[in-house]
Design a protein around this ligand. Structure first.
Ligand SMILES: Nc1nc2c(c(=O)[nH]1)N[C@H]1C(S)=C(S)[C@@H](COP(=O)(O)OP(=O)(O)OC[C@H]3O[C@@H](n4cnc5c(=O)[nH]c(N)nc54)[C@H](O)[C@@H]3O)O[C@H]1N2
Ligand SMILES: Nc1nc2c(c(=O)[nH]1)N[C@H]1C(S)=C(S)[C@@H](COP(=O)(O)OP(=O)(O)OC[C@H]3O[C@@H](n4cnc5c(=O)[nH]c(N)nc54)[C@H](O)[C@@H]3O)O[C@H]1N2
Ligand code: SF4
Ligand SMILES: [Mo]
Length: 887
């Protein structure tokens, strides 16, 4: 832990960019967070989420003590209970009856211990991870093409490329610092590099892109097969590279020619204009320095690994790989998605990039001297939870992930956990959908409190360091598993007393019997780090074999693939379509993903008003024509149904949304929005090779949801929101905001308001009620200060919340504010700042539009000079540009 005034360098716990962060703790215990200008991932930049990290560290929502069946217990009791439960399941039903479901947000050291315990001591391989939902199609694609799960390039390639193609990636919101790096390079360089975005939706990422190709959902393989055909026909191949380093080109080409013979065929399949396809092919073909970045629009598909290989085929055929400014580039989502892959934390891997080939199993056995080693792959996430539902898995330990929100067909996952005899959940937070189903709850240390390593998208290992004291009895995950292992008699295999000790063993395994560098993942140069060296470890890119001191930026530029013959493979990719097509009952495609300021299931980013202001409520984005056909309208509520389940969300119409498909963010869960879990509706179909779910494509029906009343409540103190059909809780600056809608008929709103908020003699109530039309507006003042307000109407047309929420900052309402409060909008001479656009400086939409108009601001820089907006992390700059364009 750091002392007052001391600065600690660590790594951001959010996305896979893996930015370096400097944290300074002040004398009053508060922390200041800044980008680390020495870290090669970000050189000092941070995005809105990284910038707000200091505001997410409060302990009010934390799980601080172990619990069994809702009762606080000691660690000793919890460990005994877990050990007994796993022991009973193992002895009674064998290794296939136990499972771990872990996370790309664990540190490498946690992950290593989990994997060793399951695969080396329990003798099973039912350890899978949320990375199955995230990166497994890329892993499968890499292995088919390269013989190993290797990311060939580095971030500098994105700056050096002449064309950057983003496929199924909303980089501006999801890897904001990488996006900023691309933009900065475009400013810096002469001969402006081009940006192409391939995404059915027009996202913020498209804002500065020269080209946006809004292809039909799921048609990426056709587009890239067509590109392969074009490259051949236009003589763009690299015959030397193909001859020496690649196998399988001809069969890939022949198949591509069958399914995507020419531009018209590709245009028909993808729904893109022929001219757009032809231009894209021409640009890609004639530009040597091309990087094709891909993310969840590629991976989360019933044929995600085929999409990956269709892209890699084009890079292999042209020899554009592992050279500055070129290559296929899978950007990872989670901070340690890569570290998890390195330890072997997926059910179909063994350890240290080794699989279940007999010689690998023997080698790992030799290294671990394992009491019981897994002989074959375990169940992948979707099948794993099916096995839990079927009663085949008797003991399950979930760590660092919230599957009741993030797994597809999430209601079934919830049911499965209800049926499982022993569910252990390790989390930092006390109330999550998954935690609610835990029999044993373990309090985990989290960012700032624990130490270890993470690996980012460019294979760079960085340290997370401690700057906070451990709260309550929370412990690191590796420690909890080590204790359980020892209790089960595996002391000899788990002698670890520190994260550094675990890391050394992991590094040693990576180099074990790897003298000829047959395996890509080798960090044995770090196997002998002293504790002090480990503390001081600087960000470094693997491979880093024994005796080597400088990391490796790029691989495969001169071949050297990790297949038996050293050649990469082009893979023949036939016509591929999403698993379930739309039909009359479910006519729209449900696409799901992320928003700028929230991280996954919101356990951290949902805590700070700075991050909830941008998009406070779950929503469905729908084209106006589809909205009309479905009978839903802007700002109303809608049910999104599929064959698997349903949710209720706010409607946002957007003509940039592709007709026929709708988008819903993945973030909300029961604690903040009980009906807002999109995965209740998402199908559990998976890619047959990778097992990754098709999170981007479920046929759905969207229908208006018309409750009897709509309302919202703002309150200085958090309240228990009423159990009405629709409710969303939002942290909003000085108050809590509750969006509500209900079906019960309420005759007497004034007394209902008092039931919700309470009442005290000293409270002053300002109220307006029109019971005939079901309208009510009430505000409570305490000593002249706004304490709460409730607005109700039969429809969704209610005042905007921003101005009212802003009033909570005032120590007393002045007379104009008092007069306007029930109108819900500012009186003369006052202004509503509007929805937050710039999270870093809290600059609202109305402030921005007024300044753009009045001060004639025509560039984001001018807005920055006038209002500061956009001058810190830059995440809102695309929106600033849109506002300028709208005038
Ligand atoms: N703000 C924020 N950033 C994050 C995260 C977060 O929760 N919040 N999470 C992190 C994690 S774990 C991950 S995995 C990454 C994910 O980062 P991204 O993959 O960039 O994010 P998504 O929003 O899931 O999906 C990307 C895009 O895929 C598009 N898409 C859907 N179907 C198709 C298709 O058939 N073809 C193509 N080409 N595109 C399609 C969607 O419209 C969407 O815009 O973000 C990381 N960064
Ligand atoms: N429909 C749909 N579903 C999706 C996706 C999508 O695009 N669409 N994306 C998928 C993807 S790519 C991902 S990565 C997943 C993410 O989904 P999840 O992994 O389920 O989401 P998180 O909210 O990140 O869950 C992490 C949990 O770990 C806890 N935690 C934080 N630090 C620690 C720690 O040190 N130890 C422990 N034990 N716990 C800790 C947090 O409080 C939180 O509860 O969602 C997937 N689900
Ligand atoms: S881009 Fe943002 S969320 Fe991602 S690592 Fe950097 S600061 Fe963290
Ligand atoms: Mo992810």
């Amino acid at each position: 832990m750091s002392g007052a005034g001391e600065m600690v360098r660590t790594t951001c716990p959010y996305c896979g960019v893996g930015c370096g962060v400097k944290v300074t703790t002040d004398a009053d215990g508060s922390t200041r967070v800044a980008g680390d200008e020495t870290h090669p991932a970000n050189y000092g930049r941070l995005c809105s989420k990284g910038t707000a990290l200091g505001e997410t560290l409060s302990l009010d929502d934390r799980l601080l003590y172990p619990e069994i069946a809702g009762q606080r217990v000691s660690w000793d009791e919890a460990i005994t209970a877990i050990a007994n439960g796993f022991c009973r399941a193992l002895l009674g039903h064998g290794p296939d009856a136990v499972a771990f479901y872990v996370s790309g947000q664990l540190l490498t050291e946690d992950y290593y211990v989990a994997n060793k315990l399951m695969k080396g001591c329990f003798g099973g391989a039912n350890i899978d991870t949320n990375s199955r939902l995230c990166m497994s199609s890329s892993v499968a694609g890499h292995k088919r093409a390269f013989g190993s799960d290797t990311v060939p390039g580095c971030y500098e390639d994105l700056e050096e490329a002449d064309v950057v193609v983003l496929v199924g990636s909303n980089l501006a919101w999801c890897h904001p610092v990488l996006y900023q790096r691309i933009l900065a390079a475009r400013e810096r360089r002469t001969g402006k590099p081009q940006l192409v975005v391939i995404d059915p939706r027009r996202t913020t990422t498209c804002d500065v892109a020269e080209t946006h190709l809004p292809l039909k959902p799921g048609s990426d393989t056709a587009l890239f097969n067509g590109l392969l055909v074009h490259l051949y026909q236009q003589n763009r191949l690299d015959p030397e590279f193909l001859d020496e380093h690649v196998a399988g080109f001809w069969s890939a080409y022949r198949t591509a020619k069958e399914v995507a013979p020419n531009v018209p065929a590709v245009a028909a399949r993808t729904g893109l204009p022929e001219s757009a396809v032809a231009e894209f092919y021409g640009l890609w073909g004639r530009t040597r320095k091309v990087v094709t970045v891909y993310s969840q629009g590629v991976n989360q598909s019933a044929h995600g690994s085929d999409k990956v290989n269709a892209i890699i085929n084009c890079h292999l055929a042209t020899g554009r790989i592992g050279q500055p400014g070129m290559g296929p580039f899978s950007v990872t989502g989670q901070p340690n998605a890569m570290g998890g892959r390195e330890v072997g934390g997926l059910a179909n891997q063994l350890a240290a990039h080794m699989d279940f080939a007999p010689e690998d199993v023997e080698r790992v056995q030799r290294f671990w001297q394992a009491p019981a080693i897994a002989q074959g792959p375990g169940l992948k996430a979707v099948d794993l939870f099916k096995a839990v539902a079927d009663g085949k898995i008797k003991a399950l330990w979930i760590m660092g992930t919230n599957p009741v929100v993030s797994m597809p067909d999430a209601d079934r996952v919830r049911e499965a956990l209800r049926r499982c005899p022993l569910v252990v959940v390790s989390d930092a937070v006390a109330d999550t959908d998954t935690m609610r189903l835990a029999r044993i709850k373990l309090p985990a240390l989290t960012w700032g409190e624990k130490e270890g390593t993470v690996t980012n998208s460019e294979r760079r290992i960085s340290r997370q360091r401690i700057f906070l004291p451990p709260p309550g009895e929370a412990k690191p995950d590796w420690w909890a598993m080590t204790q359980v292992a020892r209790r089960l008699g595996f002391e000899a295999w788990f002698p670890f007393e520190s994260a550094a000790a675990v890391f050394r063993e992991h590094a040693a395994l990576s180099g074990f019997e790897n003298e000829n560098a047959r395996r890509d993942f080798d960090i044995s140069a770090l196997a002998d780090l002293s504790d002090t060296d480990y503390d001081a470890l600087q960000p470094v890119q693997w491979p880093l074999p024994h005796g080597v001191t400088v990391g490796t930026a790029r691989l495969f530029g001169a071949g050297g693939f990790f297949t038996a013959d050293g050649r990469a493979r082009c893979v023949a990719i036939g016509e591929r379509a999403p698993a379930h097509a739309v039909d009359d009952s479910f006519p729209l495609v449900l696409n799901s993903g992320r928003i700028r300021d929230q991280w996954h299931t919101m356990t951290r980013t949902g805590k700070t008003a700075r991050l909830t202001g941008h998009i406070p409520e779950p929503y469905v984005e729908i084209h106006p024509v589809d909205a009309l056909a479905c009978g839903v309208s802007e700002n109303g509520l809608a049910r999104v149904h599929s064959r698997w389940g349903e949710m209720i969300v706010r409607v946002r119409t957007n003509s940039e949304q592709q007709p026929g498909s709708v988008f819903v963010p993945m973030h909300w869960g029961t604690p903040l929005a009980p009906r807002g879990r999109v995965n209740a509706a998402v199908n559990p179909v998976v890619d047959p090779l990778s097992g990754q779910p098709e999170s981007k494509h479920t046929p759905v029906r969207v229908q208006a949801y018309r409750p009897r009343w709509h309302g919202f409540l703002l309150s200085r103190a958090a309240i228990d929101p009423p159990a009405v059909e629709y409710r969303v809780s939002v942290r909003d600056r000085e108050c809590w905001r509750y969006e509500l809608a209900g079906e019960e008929s309420v005759e007497d709103w004034p007394s209902r308001a008092r039931g919700l908020l309470g009442d005290e003699p000293a409270w002053e109530w300002l109220e307006f009620a029109d019971l005939g039309t079901g309208r009510y507006r009430g505000a409570v003042l305490v000593d002249g200060r706004l304490h709460a307000c409730l607005f109700v109407a039969p429809g969704p047309e209610l005042p905007l919340r921003g101005w009212l929420a802003g009033l909570f900052a005032a120590s007393e309402l002045d007379s104009t504010e008092r007069a306007s409060v029930l109108a819900g909008r500012p009186g003369q001479g006052q202004r509503d700042n509007g929805r937050i656009v710039c999270a870093c400086f809290g600059v609202g939409l109305n402030t921005l539009t007024a300044a753009i108009r009045d001060q004639r601001l025509i560039t984001p820089e001018a807005i920055g000079a006038a209002l500061q907006a956009g001058t810190n992390c830059g995440s809102c700059v695309p929106e600033l540009r849109q506002l300028i364009a709208q005038g």
